[in-house]
Design a protein around this ligand. Sequence first.
Ligand code: FE2
Length: 550
Amino acid sequence: MRVLGINALYHDPAVALVIDGQVVSACEEERFSRRKHGKRPVPFSAWELPVLSARWCLQDAGLEPDDLDVVTYSFDPALHLPADQLGLHDPWDHLRLTYAQEAGNFLADALPGFDPQQLRHVPHHLAHAASAGLAAPFDGNCAALVLDGRGERHSHLAGLYRDGRFERLAAQELPHSLGLLYEDATAHLGFLRSSDEYKVMALASYGTPRFAGELRELVHATGDGGFRTAGVDWNALAKPRHPDADWTEDHADLAASLQLVVEETLLDLARWLHDATGARQLALAGGVALNCVANTRLFAESGFEQVWVQPAAGDAGTALGGALTAAMDAGDRFAAMTTAALGRGFSADEIESALRTARVPYERPADVAEAVAAELANDGIVAWFQGRSEYGPRALGHRSLLAHPGRAENLTRLNDVKGREQFRPVAPMVLAQRAPQIFSRGPQPSPFMLFVHDVAPEWRERIPAVVHVDGTARIQTVDEQTEPLVARMLAGFEERTGLPVVVNTSLNTAGRPMVDDIRDALECFGATPVDLLAIGPFVLRRTPLAGQQR
Ligand SMILES: [Fe+2]
């Protein structure tokens, strides 16, 4: 069974190719089109499909469009309700319905040979649930909890996967939506809605939740698996921030209050699901599941022994979930998802050919991991481009910017390289076997950077660049079996410095998608003060200008 999953309607258009139960590839359109998030999530762009990534998936697998058995589309027009009936003010929302209904014809136009009859609409939240519940590395049944901005008429779905079949237990109808609530706050705080929610999470660490009491009256779980969020007057709590203005204590306090109340609501929902299912394992998806602080509270306090979050937890992940749903329905069996490295990769020959075309000087060291470890130990900043690119928003050692964690000023330096706000933290990657000595509270291993951990007090001074203002860090644990090259680089860095930790942030500059192909890597290296680009087995070094020091 050959299934291409597509997410297109709202944001983060993406594709996933599943053949006979194996996830062959999964990637986001933004990495190909170079438009952050693929498109703005407005009704007028709902027709756009992830055509570039779909073509690449097919080409990479040696398939033609008519080789596909099914294409899934993670929105079901049959479930749609008009926006005014949902309590949403969205006068153009009907376009989404039309475009979802016509998606098969649009796709046939983009992929000649594709038969529109092969398109299958999968309910949006079922696709989210499958992206976690069917991909999680769990034995036996698992509960699945989905929270996002919106789907056809809901913003939430809770249920149980039993032998690969989903049993629905609760779903919250719009307009109540934790995702839309967070988006509203993001816009009120002067950031880009549906894009910059992680900045609100970062800002929350700088505030105290003094508006939590007022927020709780409107935002809370209802005890029956659902919740309420409607009617918040943000202006009554803090003045809106202009995007160019500095943030104030009020803004940080509003972010902290929102974050706390969202965490409490999520905890109530997860505890209800735990009681309702008796399951020991919880799989999480939906854009809200990218909230690492909330995820850690769910892990620590909800009653579930294990919590797993799909690395592309936002709408991009529904491409995978839709495809897995169709594969499961066809009787295919699949293995758990162990890596997010499902995007484009390049051979050494392809990379060398591109470097020659660009006429840039390069070297081929005996071991690129050792060369990078030495550069990092010497306090260089390294662009690290290795293997296949990541599915989802996190850089996980394939398209990363790396630096020495022992120097506090490297946080400022990296935020300057990337051109982003100074309140944004950077995260550590750490050898899996060394992590328990340094990090606690969040689950380990944590290979997808979706939880926060407390940094042991004796380590905070040793790795100040990666310790957030509240003493936490969003770690990526690196297993030498699944990520041997990254593990070797980390081991080489520890040999030189005594620190099994390296700063890891995404390889991009502000407002741009992560670097994906060789040309993107060279452009990024050429435009930013990165000291070394490690691309495949090759390294490119920054040559200081006359009279200039690093
Ligand atoms: Fe969604």
